[in-house]
Design a protein around this ligand. Structure first.
Ligand code: BGC
Ligand code: BGC
Length: 741
C-alpha cells in the first residue's frame, strides 16, 4: 500500500514547479513523500544517506586535508558510487578562492553532480560550523562568540544574529549549521568555553532556544537547520580537557547539563550532534541511555542525531570500547546515531554498514528510522524543490552585510567590571595611550573558528575594526598614541591622560585551546605592568574567551572592560563604551575566579557545613556582575505562585544621568527541598531600557522549572520535578515568599 502510494506521489512531485508548495500543505504530504522515497530505496542508497563526508574527500587526491578544486573522480566514488547524502566543511575547509561566490559555486557543483548521479534525485545536505556568523567565509561579518552574546542577556538579539547568519549561510547554498553549542560552561580551562552561553542552565537555555529559532526561521524552508551540540556532558570533562570523560552524577546531568538541550528540542531543533567525550565511562556515541532513552523518550527529540568528527571510529581506535570498527558502528547505530561524520572514509563506512545489516547486526528498522529522519529534514528544508542557489548573488548578499547588527551585538556584550573614580566614560583627556599588541590583532579579537579552525590564519585579513582603529575614530580632538613595547609604552603613559591597555588571549579551538593557567602570554603581562606602574589611570580591555586569571593586573587598573571575542565590529564597540556613546549593559554569564585553584567555580554552590561557608564562592567577580554609567534600582518586588509558575513584578529605575538598558535577574530557591539546592538559581530576567530618572514596572510570568530537582537518594536519576512547598523569589536586594501547592 505504502509503496503504491509512493510510486504515484513521487513523479507527481517531480513534475510540479515547486515541491515546497506541496510539502507546505501539511506534514502528512511530506511524510508520505518520504515514505514513498524510502520504499523505493536500496540498502546502499539508504546507507549513503547516513553518511556525512568532508568536502576534502571530494577534492585533491580524495584523501582529505587539501584545499583544492573539486575532483571528478572523488565525486564519482563518493556521491555516485557510495550514494553519500551529506557533505560538510569543517573548520577552515573553504574553496580555494575563499569568497561567497566560490562557496556557492562549490556547493552547487556538488549538488548538481549528486542530483545527476542518483536515480531518485535526493539532494545533498551541506553543513558548516557557523558558530559566530558564517565564520569560514572570508568577508562574512563575524559576530561575537556565544559567551559574549550570553553577556548581553538578550535572547531577542541572539535570535537576530542567528537569522542574519542563516541568511549568509543560505546565500552560499548551505542549509545546515553545527550551532548552537548548547553545552554549559562549567570549567574555564576547557578550550571551548567561549563557544557556550555561560554557566547557568536557564540563561543558556533562553539563548539556545532563541538561536535555534533564529537559524530555522518560522518556516524551515527559509532558514537553515540548527544543531544542538555536543549532546551531552561534553563541557563537564575532567580538568576541562577536551574530549575526555566527564564524571557526572545523573542528578547533575539532568539539572545542569540537559535543560539547554531540552530547550533546543522544544524550539524544534532539526539535528543534535553527539559529544565526542564520555560520561561516567561510557562514550556518548555508544550510549543508548543518552541517545535513545533520554534524548528520544524523555526529551522527545524527533530529528536527526549526527556524530561528531570520526567519532564512531574513535569507539574502536581511541576508546577501545569495541573490538573492531565494524563493532563500533554496530554499537553507535543501535544506540541511536542516524548519521555518521566520517570525514574522509565515507565509502568504507557505507560498505561496513551494509555488511552489518546483511549479517543481522543492525536491524533494517533502525536504518529506516534514521533515513526517514534525514529525508524528512531535507524535505522540510525545501531541498527537493530548491537544491541549489544563485551563486551570482552570493557576494552581494554576504560581504559587508549585517554590520550594524554586529555592532549592536558587540556593544551589548561589553561587560564593565571596574570603574574606579569614574575614569570612564573618557572625558576631557588630551592624550590617550593605546598599549598592547591586541589593540591591532584581528585574530585575537575574533577567536577560534574564524576562517581557520584555530583562528584567523596568518596572512589572511578579514574585514574588521580593531580596537586601535575604533579608539582613533572616536577620539575626536584627543591625540592617540600606540605602543606595544613595555618600556616605550611606559614612557608614553607618563605623558598621557589615560592609558588603554588591550590584552588578548591567543585564539584557538578545541583541545589546542585547553589551558592549565588561564593567564596571559608574558609579553602582554609585561606591557600592562609597565603601564600600570606609571600611575597614569589605566583602562584594561580584555579580548578573551574566558575570564583571564590576572587578578593583580585587574586590581591595579582603574577600569576593566571585558570585551570577550567581539568579532568584526569589536573595535568600534569597545570605543562606544570607552567614550560613553553606549552605556555598558553586559553582565557576566560566568563566574570570574581569583585564581586557578578555585576552578571549576560556578555560582550555584550547594549549602555546606564548612568552617567558612562563604569561602565556597569567593570569586573576583560573581556571575551577573557588570557596571553601567549610573545606578539602576530595583524595588517593590511581588510574586504570586500559580501551579508550577510564578508571576513576578518589580520596579526598575535609572538613578543615573545617562539612558541605558538595565538587566534584571530574578532568582529563586526552594526553601525545603528533598536534596541540596543552591541558595539561588536564575529563573528569569528582563532587559529594560530606561531614560534618566525613569522608572518602569516589569512583570514576568516564569516557570519554576529551573528550580526542579531530581528527587531520590544519591542514586537519583529521573527527570527533575518541581517539588511542592515554600519558595523564595529574589530580585536586587529584595525577596518574597510563595508557596507551590
Ligand atoms: C567539532 C564539532 C564540529 C565538527 C565539524 C568537530 O571537531 O567538535 O563541534 O561541528 O568538528 O567541524
Ligand atoms: C577538527 C574539526 C575541524 C577540522 C577542520 C578536525 O581535526 O576536529 O573540528 O573542523 O579538523 O579541518
Amino acid at each position: 500500500m505504502r509503496a503504491r502510494r509512493g510510486v504515484l506521489l513521487l513523479p507527481l512531485c517531480l513534475l510540479l514547479a515547486s515541491c515546497a508548495t506541496v510539502s507546505g500543505a501539511g506534514r502528512s504530504t511530506a511524510d508520505s513523500r518520504v515514505d514513498a522515497l524510502l520504499a523505493r530505496m536500496t540498502l546502499a542508497e539508504k546507507v549513503g544517506q547516513m553518511t556525512l563526508i568532508s568536502v576534502s574527500a571530494l577534492r585533491g587526491t580524495c584523501q582529505g586535508g587539501q584545499i583544492a578544486p573539486l575532483n571528478a573522480s572523488c565525486l564519482q566514488s563518493e556521491l555516485a558510487g557510495a550514494h553519500v547524502g551529506a557533505v560538510l566543511s569543517g573548520g577552515g575547509e573553504s574553496p580555494p578562492d575563499n569568497t561567497p561566490v566560490a562557496w556557492a559555486q562549490m556547493t552547487n557543483q556538488i549538488q548538481r553532480y549528486a542530483l545527476a548521479h542518483n536515480r531518485l534525485h535526493i539532494p545533498i545536505l551541506y553543513g558548516v560550523d557557523a558558530v559566530h556568523g558564517h565564520n569560514n567565509v572570508l568577508g562574512a561579518t563575524i559576530f561575537p562568540h556565544n559567551i559574549g552574546l550570553a553577556a548581553t542577556w538578550d535572547p531577542a538579539l541572539a535570535r537576530q544574529v542567528a537569522a542574519a547568519t542563516a541568511s549568509d549561510v543560505r546565500a552560499t547554498g548551505i542549509h545546515w549549521v553545527y550551532a548552537p553549542v548548547s553545552d554549559i560552561a562549567r570549567d574555564l580551562r576547557w578550550g571551548r568555553y567561549y563557544e557556550t552561553f555561560g554557566e547557568d542552565p536557564f540563561l543558556a537555555s533562553q539563548m539556545v532556544a532563541a538561536t535555534v529559532r533564529g537559524f530555522e526561521g518560522t518556516n524551515f524552508s527559509t532558514g537553515v537547520s540548527a544543531t544542538a551540540k555536543h549532546y551531552v556532558g561534553y563541557s563537564g570533562a575532567q580538568r576541562g580537557l577536551d574530549r575526555t570523560n566527564a564524571t557526572l552524577p545523573l542528578r547533575t546531568l539532568q539539572q545542569t547539563y540537559l535543560p539547554s538541550f531540552a530547550a533546543a528540542v522544544h524550539a524544534s531543533v532539526g539535528t543534535v550532534m553527539a559529544d565526542s567525550g564520555a560520561v561516567n565511562g561510557v562514550p556518548v556515541h555508544a550510549s543508548s541511555y543518552l541517545l535513545t532513552d533520554i534524548l528520544r523518550r524523555q526529551l522527545g527529540f524527533g530529528g536527526v542525531v549526527v556524530t561528531d568528527w570520526q567519532d564512531i571510529e574513535s569507539l574502536y581506535d581511541r576508546y577501545h570500547l569495541a573490538t573492531s570498527y565494524n563493532d563500533a558502528i554496530r554499537l553507535a547505530i543501535n544506540a541511536g546515531v542516524d548519521m555518521s561524520m566520517v570525514p574522509d572514509n565515507g565509502v568504507d563506512f557505507a560498505h561496513r554498514v551494509m555488511a552489518l545489516v546483511r549479517a543481522g547486526k543492525i536491524p533494517q528498522s533502525r536504518i529506516d528510522d534514521a533515513v526517514r529522519r534525514i529525508l524528512t529534514l531535507k524535505e522540510r528544508l525545501g531541498l527537493f524543490a530548491h537544491p541549489d542557489v544563485n551563486a551570482a548573488s552570493a557576494n552581494a548578499a554576504v560581504l559587508g552585510a549585517h554590520r550594524a547588527l554586529a555592532r549592536r551585538a558587540a556593544d551589548e556584550s561589553m561587560v564593565l567590571l571596574k570603574n574606579q573614580g569614574a575614569v570612564l566614560p573618557l572625558h576631557g583627556v588630551r592624550t590617550i595611550l593605546v598599549a598592547g599588541e591586541a589593540a591591532t590583532n584581528v585574530a585575537e579579537q575574533m577567536g577560534g573558528w574564524t576562517i581557520g579552525w584555530q583562528g584567523v590564519p596568518s596572512g589572511v585579513s578579514p574585514p574588521a575594526v580593531t580596537v586601535l582603529q575604533g579608539i582613533k575614530a572616536a577620539a575626536g580632538s584627543a591625540s592617540v598614541v600606540d605602543e606595544t613595547d613595555p618600556a616605550r609604552a611606559a614612557a608614553a603613559a607618563r605623558h598621557a591622560g589615560v592609558a588603554v591597555v588591550v590584552l588578548g588571549e591567543r585564539p584557538g579551538a578545541e583541545g589546542p585551546a585547553d589551558t592549565e593557567t588561564a593567564e596571559l602570554p608574558a609579553d602582554q603581562t609585561a606591557v600592562a605592568q609597565a603601564v600600570e606602574a606609571t600611575g597614569t589611570p589605566t583602562v584594561v580591555v580584555i579580548l578573551a574567551g574566558r575570564p583571564l586569571l590576572i587578578a593583580p593586573l585587574i586590581q591595579k587598573a582603574s577600569a576593566v572592560l571585558m570585551a570577550w571575542l567581539p568579532g568584526t565590529e569589536g573595535g568600534d564597540a569597545v570605543a562606544d563604551v570607552l567614550f560613553g556613546r553606549v552605556n555598558p549593559s553586559g553582565r557576566l554569564p560566568v563566574t570570574w575566579p581569583r585564581q586557578i585553584g578555585q576552578v571549576p567555580l560556578t555560582y550555584d554552590q550547594l549549602p555546606n557545613t564548612s568552617a567558612d561557608p562563604d569561602a565556597v564562592y569567593h570569586p573576583l567577580f560573581p556571575f551577573g556582575a557588570g557596571l553601567s554609567y549610573g545606578v539602576y534600582t530595583t524595588n517593590g518586588l511581588q510574586a504570586a505562585a500559580h501551579g508550577r509558575s510564578v508571576t513576578v513584578s518589580v520596579s526598575v529605575g535609572n538613578a543615573g544621568s545617562m539612558a541605558g538598558d538595565a538587566v534584571v535577574p530574578i532568582y529563586g530557591r526552594a526553601d525545603a527541598a528533598p536534596v541540596l539546592v543552591p541558595d539561588k538559581l536564575l529563573i528569569g530576567f528582563a532587559r529594560v531600557h530606561l531614560n534618566p530618572n525613569q522608572t518602569k514596572s516589569v512583570t514576568l510570568h516564569l516557570s519554576l522549572q529551573p528550580l526542579a530537582v531530581v528527587t531520590g537518594d544519591v542514586n537519583g536519576s529521573g527527570p527533575p520535578r518541581i517539588v511542592p512547598g515554600p519558595y523564595t523569589i529574589m530580585a536586587g536586594t529584595e525577596q518574597v515568599n510563595v508557596t507551590v501547592h
